[in-house]
Design a protein around this ligand. Structure first.
Ligand code: F6P
Length: 532
């Protein structure tokens, strides 16, 4: 499928991007919708590559599949489910039908219930035993943690509600350190679990219940649940009035738009949360209507396919020059790698090309003083994806923001330009000579011609965050359709879960490790000798 594109890349790859990057290219290889602008001019993609990629989207049926998704067809076909997280932000859209039923009345009613509850927590009409709620503890993992946590950090400047804490890891250090110092009588615990069976979440929820039980007489009254499993939340002792449900057509890693976003809503308020939803809805409309060459999610996907499947650069660095997006790389790791990290196509046949990329990253400028060395001079090419706002939220410190922006732009420029041997020699010619000059100069060469894209926006508002998250979701969708994988299941997480269950009696010393391999048995033995 990628042979023609690969041949084109081979012919193109030694061209210096800088040499062709005039104002015309800068304008042609950029696109905008609303407040978001995508610049992909600092890549090797040219007109021919772009039209070949667009042709690929057409031949792979992306447009039809897109309509199938938005209209509630069961495109998650290994689980027989629709994929309709877009319905959660369809604030003023029309009906969305699943199995002949419009799901929107329920979606909007749940949003209203969430808003009422969030308001009551924020204004003190809902209280804990000790009075107004001061702290929220969201217990969840994967999509039931990463989305609300990433969003809560991203929108920190908009917080005017109680403090929010997130517990995800079954490592007792996580919950113990979070609860330490909190006042149980003014804490609300939100158990976020689509299935309400995830072992980490349920273990932490029981620990939180025991902690609260030492100080609060009606523990269940200070718990809320976000789940599709109403019976299980009732068994846990949470009153249905504080249970916010959603349907199985919302995948965990796509769920921050609905009940799973409750902690974010409590932190920033229902109005700001709706602005976040409106941003997502605006991106949905753009994605459905814009031609591929101007369509941000499609362009981002084409850049991704170009770098990974065509050029063979198998990782992708997400580098937000926006400290409030510090968890965006982690959020995208789940979104992209759990969605498109698959080994077989829809029909069960092994993929003959790379699946989705390894996604990683850290905010700038921190990463510059850590791993950028490899990005600039290492032997592998790492396509970089920068994000930066025109302004932060700290008006009095705008000069610091300007320094941040200068650093961001400098990195993509440096990646592209590099530094030649002659330039490197000139840098140190006053210090060294002869063979030592050559040796020292070689260490200072930057190959350059390394691709990057940059997403810019005026400011990281709730609406812009909504646009960004929906942009990445749709990118994953487009890449998944082209690769022919099911982006909406996650069978790859099952085996480890099953083996952990079978290992539990072994690590607890109730069962011998006889049926385990030698290495696993030796690891258990070592840990048991040292206090396991
Ligand atoms: O194990 C993977 C996974 O199913 C993710 O897809 C999901 O986001 C996470 O676990 C948490 O699941 P739940 O919300 O059901 O607890």
């Amino acid at each position: 499928m990628f042979a023609d594109l690969k041949a084109h890349y081979e012919a193109l790859k030694d061209r210096r991007i800088e040499a062709v990057l005039d104002a015309t290219r800068a304008e042609a290889f950029a696109a905008m919708t609303g407040a978001l602008r995508l610049d992909y001019a600092k890549t090797q993609i040219d007109d021919k590559a772009l039209s070949m990629l667009i042709h690929l989207l057409d031949t792979r049926g992306v447009a039809d599949k897109r309509e199938a998704m938005f209209t509630g067809q069961p495109i998650n076909d290994t689980e027989g489910r629709a994929v309709l997280h877009t319905a959660l932000r369809n604030l003023d859209g029309g009906a969305v039908m699943v199995d002949g039923q419009d799901v929107m009345p329920d979606v909007l009613a749940t949003l209203d219930r969430m808003s009422d509850f969030a308001t009551s927590v924020r204004d003190g009409s809902y209280t804990g035993q000790g009075g107004q709620i001061t702290d929220i503890v969201n217990i969840g993992i994967g999509g039931s943690d990463l989305g609300p946590k990433m969003g809560t950090l991203a929108l920190a400047p908009y917080h005017d509600g109680p403090r929010c804490h997130f517990v995800s890891n079954v490592d007792p250090a996580d919950i113990a350190q979070t609860l330490r110092g909190l006042e149980p009588t003014t804490t609300l615990v939100i158990v976020a679990s689509k299935t309400f069976t995830t072992i980490e979440t349920m273990t932490n929820a029981r620990t939180a219940k025991a902690w609260m039980g030492e100080a609060v007489s009606d523990v269940g009254a200070q718990f809320a649940a976000l789940s599709t499993a109403a019976e299980k939340t009732a068994d846990f002792g949470i009153d249905p009035s504080r249970v916010f449900g959603f349907e199985d057509w919302v995948g965990g890693r796509y769920s921050m738009w609905g009940p799973i976003g409750l902690s974010l809503m409590i932190a920033i308020g229902p109005d700001a949360f709706r602005a976040f939803l409106r941003g997502g809805q605006a991106m949905d409309r753009h994605f459905r209507a814009a031609p591929w060459g101007e369509n941000l999610p499609a362009l981002l996907a084409m850049v991704g396919l170009w770098h990974n499947q065509v050029c063979g650069h198998t990782t992708r660095a997400v580098l937000p020059y926006d400290n409030n997006l510090s968890r965006l790389p982690a959020y995208l790791q789940q979104l992209e790698m759990e969605s498109n990290g698959k080994g077989v196509s829809m029909d069960g046949v092994a993929l003959p090309y790379n699946s989705g990329p390894v996604v990683w990253g850290e905010p700038g400028t921190n990463g510059q003083h850590a791993f950028y060395q490899l990005i600039h001079q290492g032997t592998r090419v790492v396509p970089c994806e920068f994000l930066v706002a025109a302004r932060g939220h700290e008006d009095a410190l705008h000069h610091q923001h300007q320094l941040l922006v200068a650093n961001c732009l400098a990195q993509s420029e440096a990646l592209m330009k590099g530094r030649s041997l002659d330039e490197a020699r000139a840098k140190v010619a006053d210090k060294f000579e002869g063979a030592e000059l050559e040796r020292q100069a070689a260490h200072r060469v930057f190959p350059g011609n390394r691709p990057s894209i940059t997403l810019t926006y005026p400011q990281l508002t709730p609406e812009v965050l909504g646009m960004l998250v929906a942009l990445y979701e749709h990118r994953v969708f487009v890449e998944g359709v082209v690769l022919g994988v099911n982006s909406y299941d996650q069978w790859g997480v099952e085996l480890g879960k099953e083996l952990a269950t079978s290992l539990q009696p072994v690590v607890e010393g109730e069962k011998a490790a006889d049926d385990k391999d030698g290495s696993t048995a030796a690891l258990v033995a070592f840990l048991q000798r040292h206090g396991l």
